[in-house]
Design a binder for this molecule. Structure first.
Ligand SMILES: [Zn+2]
Length: 448
């Protein structure tokens, strides 16, 4: 639906608190308490009777076929901590907003589907023979819909973003001896595409599953079912990154900013990259579990944390803004002011004098004007030509994208060359200060 994580949590909270239609939403449990079978049956009866045309028949089917049975997959006390999975309550909701209804439907659909039997597929490799050419198709044919019936058509495409020719897609069933009719033949030249950007939904999923990225077995085990953050804090973490301008929201996509890349360069440069990796969380979860089992004392853990903090602060103090180490470029084009060597550093391209290792003449410009980071080749061309553009991908302070040209201009005041945006419009008026003459123009009518 394109809801943000924050909005989703707010809707779930309202469905819980105000409408009493869903259970407690701030949970990461996916199981129900073992004594909940009766309540679940009541809820199914309410749903079957609810008149929600798209869901009631499935609830009725589940009741008629006795699908609601005790099963360790669903009812498991060991997988329930303070709270259990988010499910509808036996209370029929009234007066939901459109957004609340959408979220409620989503939870109810999943709740009903969980009790349905498995969907059955026939995994198929099909060789179609056309003239003397053999074409291989891999996929599956749906035999029994099971729980997928509750989801209707949507579930048929359960390989996300599946395209024709992908493995695992659904195939049309064929009869024995059925012959191929070749309607058209088309050769397609395709290119691979980079992975899609994260949306809030996929980023939440990635945070939840971050443990899978950890190589170490023990740490991965410790992070299992934990991920980064908790269900209650993940939405706020993403909002925080947006507020602090590490991310921009464009439609559903989340786009990392120059500030975000700069931070990663900084962490790598300071050799404290662990702050950017899920291993750190894994390690802490592991140690917390050891404390729980009495294998590690609180004092020992806190000593380690203090030592780590000290190391981080010491590292951060060792460098000032422009000396953070990194894999930086040296430009071929000479400094426009003194002819010296121009080098990239953490934040800027800076003149480093004739030998490339001294203070230089003071010529320097930012690597990321208006939120867009120069490619090295662009910086090269910019210093050489003293002009570049138009380039797109700039962002105003309010976050709007814009296109601009940039020039290096000599400033008498600074006695050096400076980066300036050049929007090209009204250049004459700006320079001459002359007013535009409207005398010869026809009137459009009276001002409303
Ligand atoms: Zn210089």
């Amino acid at each position: 639906f394109g809801f943000s994580a924050k909005t989703t949590l707010q809707l779930a909270q309202s469905l819980y608190e105000r409408h009493k239609a869903l259970t407690y939403p701030r949970t990461d449990s996916r199981a129900l308490p073992e004594d909940y079978l009766g309540t679940v049956k009541q809820t199914f009866e309410m749903l079957a009777d609810s008149g929600m045309g798209h869901l009631a028949p499935h609830a009725q089917t589940a009741l008629d076929n006795h699908y609601i049975r005790p099963s360790k997959r669903i009812f498991d006390n060991s997988k329930v901590s303070d709270h259990f999975a988010i499910i509808p309550t036996p209370q029929k909701p009234h007066g939901l907003s459109e957004a609340e209804q959408k979220l409620y439907d989503l939870v109810v659909r999943r709740f009903i589907a969980v009790f349905f039997p498995s969907a059955e597929f026939m995994v198929t490799t099909r060789i179609s023979k056309v003239l003397n050419h053999h074409f291989k198709t891999e996929g599956k044919v749906l035999v029994k819909p099971g729980w997928m019936a509750v989801y209707g058509k949507e579930a048929a495409e359960d390989v996300e973003g599946a395209k024709d020719g992908d493995k695992g897609q659904n195939l049309v069933p064929v009869r024995e001896g059925e012959t191929v009719r070749t309607e058209s033949v088309e050769a397609k030249g395709l290119k691979t595409r980079p992975p899609a950007r994260y949306s809030e939904a996929t980023l939440l999923g990635a945070m939840e599953g971050a443990g899978k990225l950890v190589d170490d077995d023990e740490l991965r085990e410790a992070m299992q079912e934990k991920g980064l953050g908790t269900p209650a804090t993940r939405a706020a973490i993403i909002e925080g990154l947006l507020t602090e301008k590490y991310l921009l929201r464009e439609g559903r996509e989340l786009i990392p900013t120059a500030k975000a890349f700069q931070l990663m360069t900084l962490l790598r440069g300071l050799a404290v990259e662990e702050l950017s990796k899920p291993e750190l969380t894994g390690e802490w979860e592991y140690k917390l579990a050891q404390m729980e089992q009495g294998k590690l004392s609180r004092e020992a853990f806190m000593t380690q944390i203090a030592a780590m903090t000290e190391r981080l602060v010491k590292k951060a103090k060792e460098y000032d803004r422009d000396t953070v180490p990194g894999n930086y470029a040296t430009l071929q084009a000479p400094c426009p002011n003194c002819g010296g060597v121009v080098k990239e550093n953490y934040r800027r391209y800076t003149c480093c004098g004739a030998d490339g290792n001294s203070e230089g003449c003071g010529f320097s410009f930012t690597k990321s004007p208006a939120g867009r980071t120069f490619e090295v080749a662009e910086a090269e061309a910019f210093v050489r030509d003293r002009h570049i553009g138009p380039l797109d991908g700039f962002r105003s302070k309010a976050g709007w994208p814009f296109v601009a040209e940039m020039t290096l201009k000599y400033s008498d005041e600074d006695k050096n060359w400076k980066l300036e945006f050049d929007f090209g419009d009204d250049k004459n008026a700006e320079e001459t200060g002359e007013l535009v003459d409207f005398a010869g123009q026809e009137s459009l009518g009276a001002c409303p």
